[in-house]
Each structure stands twice: as structure tokens, then as C-alpha cells.
Design a protein around this ligand. Structure first.
Ligand code: NAD
Length: 356
């Protein structure tokens, strides 16, 4: 299948690895910065890059290459325009998280997919890690009993060099802060496991990064329609470097507490049915390792295209993840609890919030 990557920056190598591992024909690389695209080209094994063209204009690339699948690894504010161009040209799209930075943009992207008969997939790749799939299987099969509450802690460090590396980072128009950029993977998982959110209350602040516009700390309390709760803690202020990412799920009949990049370091994994380790749950639910990084997202998207179904992380799922973070932003800005669903919302609603 003819594939093109648009945006050849920091996360691009993960997309190339996934494209190679899933047997896609990498027909084009596109970046407004030609040198960035050429650098990525050199990472592709020689025998696989003979037919890979380099472009600086995505429209020209779409016209000349006609890819069937495109991946967008771009600053978040420009995804709508480029995703819609791709879908109008008949290409299916895998877009990096977050799907967009406003509900209006996310809706336009979802409609473009429907109108043009193509699929839109959002890259929330943590859904495919074995431990997360085991938690989801345990929740869906009732092994947790009633799910009571969950936590997500994303304790990282992002320094000036990180934010200086691209002008869009930390801006309201093109990125948002730590909740929208780093934590959204974990808030997506909370919703995936616990279901739809009813209400949030949150604090956000910009404590140690005066050179960015958005938050570097976010603390949120979430109530789900099911009656379960969650607490979210996201920071990029950890001294002197990344500490840990961790999640816990507490049910009447089971507890899971995991940490690490792939949430596979078990602090507790215990169910009343006798399952007492991640390995046992993987066995019990028949969960196979689908590969690391972005590969499982690509595999699922290719499966969706073959089987004419929605991918696991569809545009609608990506919109839900976006909506929760926008609700958290609204609560923090207003000092009040915010109920979902939102009728509208955008990161740009908060321009200047920490400058007062
Ligand atoms: N899934 C993950 O775990 C993960 C990890 C890191 C980043 N991301 C996401 O990936 C996206 C990109 O992040 P990054 O860190 O690679 O960004 P980056 O700034 O390093 O790269 C973006 C690239 O897009 C190019 N670009 C800008 N405008 C363009 C246009 N109109 N046409 C073509 N190319 C254009 C830039 O020149 C740059 O090379 C963001 O949405 C980010 O949130 C996801």
C-alpha cells in the first residue's frame, strides 16, 4: 500500500519503523523543511527507499503520489487543514495525538473522513500495550467488579531545549501544555477503561516555564457516568529529570497499579478470581504482544481498512480524549466544575491565561 509521511521531526522515526514493520511502501516523505525529510529518508534501508520521493508541499505530494495512507506527525494546530486535504485526495489518515486542538477542527476531520469514504485514526498507541489491553479486558469481563476509582500520574521533565526545538511547542494555538501533550495518552486510557466522563474539576498552572504559554502542571478530578472517579496528575516540572508514568485501577474485586514507559512494571496486579500477575492476565485473556511503539496502531489501521471497520483509535475516540482535556482547561480557567459533553472548546480560548 502506498504510504506517505507528512512531518519529519522528532517522532517521525517511530512512524517509519511502524511503516517498515507493517510492509508499507514508503512512497513519499513531506516536510516544509526539506533537510528534515532527507534526514528521515536516510534512515530507511537503501533497498526500501529507491521509490521514496521527497516533497516540501503536501498538496503537490498528494497530487503526484496519490498515497492510499498518510501519517501526519505535525504540530497540532495545523493538523485539520492537512488531514482534510489528505482525505479529500482520497487518502486514509493516521494523525498524531491530539487529533486537533478544538472540537470544531476535530469534527471537521471526522466529517471529512465520512464524506470521502476514508478512515481517520488517532495515534494513542498506549491502548495497544499488553498491560493496558489486559486492564481493558479485565474491566470489560467484569473481573474488577465495580470500578471505583483510577489514577494517572505523568511525572516528567521538559526543559527549555525541548520547547526551543520547535516553535509550536507550549503554545495555545499549536500545542497546549502538559495535559494536552503528554497526559492525553493516559486520560484517553482512563476513558477507554472507565467509560464516558460526566464532570471534571481542575487546577492548572505554569510554574517553572515562563517561556511557554500553556500549563506545566495539571491536577484534575474526574467523575465518570458510571459513578467511578479518577485523579489525574501531570507535570513537566520534575527535578532533575523524568520520574515515572503510572496508572492504577481500583475495583471492588481487583487492583492494578503499574508504572513505566509501557505501564508494565507491576506494583500490584491482583483479582479476586485468583489472577495475581500481568503474565497470568495475558494468558487468561489470550493477549499477544502486537509489537512496540507505533507498529500496533499501524497494524490496527491496516486491519480496519481490510475489514472495513473503524480503527480502535478512531477520529471519534481521539475527539473524546481532546474533549476531556478541553473540559479540564475550562474548569481550571473558570474555577468551577465542568460537565460534559461540551458544546464547544479550543485551546485558543486560553490565550494569555498565565500572563495575567
Ligand atoms: N504518540 C506519541 O507518543 C508522540 C510523541 C511525540 C510527539 N507526538 C506528536 O507528534 C506530533 C509531532 O511532534 P514532533 O515532536 O515530531 O514535532 P516536530 O516539531 O519535531 O516535527 C514536526 C515537523 O513538521 C514539519 N512541518 C511543519 N509544518 C508542515 C507542513 N505544513 N507540511 C509538512 N511538514 C510540516 C516541521 O518542519 C517539523 O519537521 C505532535 O502532534 C506531537 O504531539 C506524539
Amino acid at each position: 500500500m502506498k504510504y506517505a509521511l507528512i512531518g519529519c521531526g522528532m517522532i517521525a522515526p517511530n512512524h517509519i519503523k511502524a511503516a517498515l514493520e507493517t510492509g508499507l511502501e514508503i512512497s513519499a516523505l513531506c516536510d516544509v523543511n526539506e533537510a528534515a525529510a532527507r534526514k528521515i529518508l536516510e534512515t530507511i534501508p537503501e533497498e526500501k527507499r529507491a521509490g521514496t520521493a521527497v516533497y516540501t508541499d503536501h498538496r503537490r505530494m498528494l497530487e503526484e503520489v496519490r498515497p492510499e495512507l498518510t501519517a501526519l506527525a505535525l504540530g497540532s494546530g495545523i493538523k485539520r487543514r492537512i488531514a482534510c486535504d489528505c482525505m479529500e485526495a482520497g487518502a486514509n489518515v493516521i494523525v498524531e495525538k491530539p487529533v486537533a486542538l478544538s472540537l470544531e477542527d476535530a469534527d471537521a476531520m471526522i466529517s471529512a473522513a465520512e464524506k470521502n469514504g476514508v478512515r481517520l485514526c488517532v495515534n494513542h498507541q498506549l491502548r495497544f500495550t499488553p498491560s493496558v489491553r489486559a486492564v481493558k479486558a479485565a474491566a470489560d469481563s467484569g473481573a474488577f467488579g465495580r470500578l471505583l476509582h483510577a489514577t494517572a500520574q505523568v511525572r516528567r521533565n521538559r526543559n527549555k531545549a525541548y520547547f526551543d526545538a520547535a516553535p509550536w511547542r507550549g503554545t495555545w494555538k499549536d500545542d497546549g501544555g502538559t495535559l494536552m501533550n503528554q497526559c492525553i495518552h493516559y486520560t484517553d486510557l482512563l476513558q477507554w477503561v472507565l467509560g464516558d466522563v460526566e464532570e471534571v474539576f481542575a487546577y492548572t498552572d505554569r510554574l517553572t516555564h515562563p517561556y511557554i504559554e500553556a500549563e506545566d502542571l495539571g491536577l484534575a478530578l474526574v467523575r465518570f457516568r458510571s459513578g467511578a472517579y479518577a485523579a489525574v496528575e501531570g507535570t513537566v516540572n520534575v527535578y532533575p529529570n523524568n520520574l515515572s508514568d503510572s496508572m492504577a485501577f481500583f475495583g471492588e474485586q481487583g487492583t492494578v497499579d503499574v508504572s513505566g514507559k509501557y505501564l508494565d512494571e507491576e506494583r500490584r496486579w491482583m483479582f479476586s478470581d485468583g489472577t495475581a500477575s500481568l503474565a497470568e492476565s495475558l494468558e487468561k485473556y489470550g493477549i499477544r504482544d502486537l509489537g512496540a511503539g507505533h507498529t500496533p496502531i499501524y497494524r490496527d489501521m491496516l486491519g480496519a481498512l481490510r475489514e472495513n471497520r473503524e480503527p480502535v483509535c478512531s477520529g471519534t475516540e481521539g475527539r473524546k480524549a481532546l474533549e476531556l482535556i478541553l473540559a479540564i482547561y475550562e474548569s481550571a480557567a473558570s474555577g468551577k466544575p465542568v460537565r460534559l459533553p461540551l458544546t464547544r472548546g479550543a485551546t485558543t480560548d486560553h490565550i494569555g491565561r498565565f500572563d495575567k
